[in-house]
Design a protein around this ligand. Structure first.
Ligand code: ADP
Length: 548
């Protein structure tokens, strides 16, 4: 019987098969490759069909890493072509081919059909490789993102969850992932994940030993500054050398065999707070724009997780502060109330015993004390009302022309007696008029708070209040020589309910400075506190624009 000359047949069919977008390969009865079109050659890592057909079976296999849908290595006997030759009827198989040299990956659905000769035996197998790389990558991305999201949602400790996200990317997307967060320009490497667990520590250490190199045209610091992602599909030695600090660092980086890099910014509320650096290394993979898009989505989701965690922390802190405040407020209200109760009881018993008539001056003194406690209670309650007013942004200033220096003198006069009782020498330096349009009652509140704090925390030492015009700005300073305020507390004490002393030693609601700052801000001014150079005590400075 005459064997059909399939070579001739295939040669004749070639122009038609080259026009097909699917890859087509043909094997003979021994499994040897006898035909391939260019599309098939490309999927198998060759430039064209000619190059592929010129290679031996072992050469072809050496170029490729062939895996099934689940990522398991596929040996040639499990490819559908081989199964057809073994007399089976294999279903289409999803095959992942990865070019070892470049790390490029293709996904194809491979269908194989046998061609019988005249005696009815299979003498050829035709394999059609229908490429589905795009669909498969989309599926993979969706799977990744679902995994990333579930890891991010697992806990509100975002440093932990970001480390777990880094782990999730290895080895499917990367051989090496590092996550850096930046706080006031300080870098913290919070995760370093590597396919080889032994290299993890090394990856972390490289970050610690060699802080990021500044002043480069690209790299992590650049991404941090610009907020724009960077993609290096191929990492050359040149590029590594530019990123290295010295020869030793270069050598270390070289040992990591980095083949490709993506650096994406983590942006929270318009600020880049960190970066995720995703690297291909041993696997030899090279990233492209689609990979970068996926990396950016991972960074966006990480940013949302960070923002949520921060908001949760802030809400928790606020709830804790509020609770503390309620305890302190209860205590603060109770003290003058208890005193008032005692004073009224003593007035009543004096009235009952007729002592009222015999010594009315004693009666008047007791009533004065009772009034003082009523005033204290009123002040506390006014403070509480201010909190709700200010928190809902309902502070309306009633501006009118006034002399700030005169107000300073009046407040100081009011505090002369409490200062004396505390053993404080209250000195006022406010002789020259300082005129402007301000809300006098509100500024009275600010000044009263500063002076009463200076007396309260002033340890019986002198307190100085000054008012003057400095470069067209009205300035009031209140200076004491008391317990002072630690540097780390100087901003915080202007927060609502914030205090820097224990409630056991000093009463107070932690509201005065917060209200003062709100009022001063509403006037377009500033209020801040400084330490006194090499001396004990605190120095508060209020600056108000005069032209408003
Ligand atoms: P309060 O004095 O009622 O606690 P404030 O808002 O007026 O609330 O002050 C907040 C905190 O700032 C105080 O608890 C105290 O720790 C600190 N502070 C304010 N003024 C002074 C000062 N002159 N010296 C030392 N600490 C001060």
């Amino acid at each position: 019987m005459e064997t059909p000359n399939y070579k001739e047949t295939l040669a004749r069919a070639d122009p038609v098969l080259q026009a097909v977008s699917d890859g087509v390969t043909v094997q003979d009865a021994t499994g040897r490759l006898v035909y391939a079109n260019d599309a098939a050659a490309r999927i198998c890592g060759f430039d064209d069909a000619r190059a592929m057909l010129g290679a031996s079976t072992s050469e072809i296999l050496a170029r490729l890493d062939v895996r099934d849908e689940l990522g398991r290595k596929l040996d040639t006997s499990r490819l559908p072509g081989a199964e057809v030759l073994a007399g089976e009827h294999p279903p289409p198989v999803l095959v992942n081919t990865r070019e070892n040299a470049t790390g490029r990956r293709f996904w194809s659905i491979v269908r194989s059909k046998g061609v019988r000769d005249q005696s009815g035996r299979f003498h050829l197998v035709v394999n059609v490789w229908h490429e589905v790389t795009d669909q498969q990558r989309k599926k993979e991305s969706a799977r990744f993102l679902a995994e990333v999201s579930s890891r991010l949602a697992a806990s509100l400790e975002y440093e932990e969850t970001l480390a777990s996200v880094a782990d999730a990317l290895v080895p499917e997307l990367a051989d090496w992932v590092v996550v850096d967060l930046f706080d006031h320009g300080k870098q913290r490497r919070i995760a370093a994940s590597h396919v080889d667990p032994r290299k993890r520590e090394l990856a972390r250490m490289v970050g610690e030993i060699y802080p990021l190199k500044a002043g480069q045209p690209g790299g992590v610091l650049n991404v941090l500054q610009t907020g724009r992602p960077e993609l290096y599909p191929v990492v050359s030695h040149e590029l590594l050398r530019r990123g290295a600090h010295d020869d030793e660092h270069f050598e270390l980086l070289r040992q990591f065999k980095i083949s490709s890099v993506m650096i994406v910014p983590i942006v929270v509320e318009d600020r880049t707070v960190g970066t995720i650096t995703i690297m291909g290394a041993e696997s030899g993979r090279h990233y492209d724009e689609d990979d970068l898009e996926l990396a950016m989505e991972i960074a966006r989701r990480s940013a949302v997780a960070i923002a949520n965690a921060r908001a949760y922390r802030a809400a928790k802190d606020a709830a804790r502060l509020r609770e503390e405040f309620i305890t302190v407020a209860g205590h603060e209200l109770r003290t003058p109330l208890a005193a008032l109760q005692l004073q009224l009881e003593s007035v009543k018993s004096a009235a009952d015993s007729g002592a009222l008539v015999s010594s009315p001056e004693k009666f008047a003194a007791r009533l004065d004390k009772a009034f003082a406690n009523v005033r204290k209670l009123t002040r506390l309650i006014d403070g509480l009302l201010d909190v709700s007013r200010l928190s809902s942004g309902r502070l309306v200033l009633e501006r009118a022309p006034m002399d700030l220096a005169a107000l300073v003198r009046a407040v100081a006069e009011r505090f002369a007696e409490p200062a004396q009782r505390a053993g404080c020498d209250l000195r006022v330096d406010a002789d020259m008029p300082v005129s402007g349009r301000w809300d006098s009652a509100r500024l009275d509140q600010v000044l009263s708070n500063l002076v009463s704090n200076a007396i309260k925390y002033g340890a019986g030492e002198p307190v100085r209040v000054r008012c003057a015009l400095e470069d067209g700005t009205a300035v009031v300073t209140v200076e004491d020589e008391g317990i002072g305020i630690q540097k780390q507390d100087r901003e915080r004490i202007f927060g609502r309910f914030e205090r820097a002393v224990s409630e056991r030693n000093y009463g107070g609601l932690g509201l005065g400075l917060w209200i003062a700052r709100e009022i001063v801000r509403e006037h377009g001014g500033t209020i801040k506190v400084e330490g006194r150079r090499k001396k004990k005590g605190a120095f508060f400075r209020v600056a108000l624009p005069v032209s408003a």
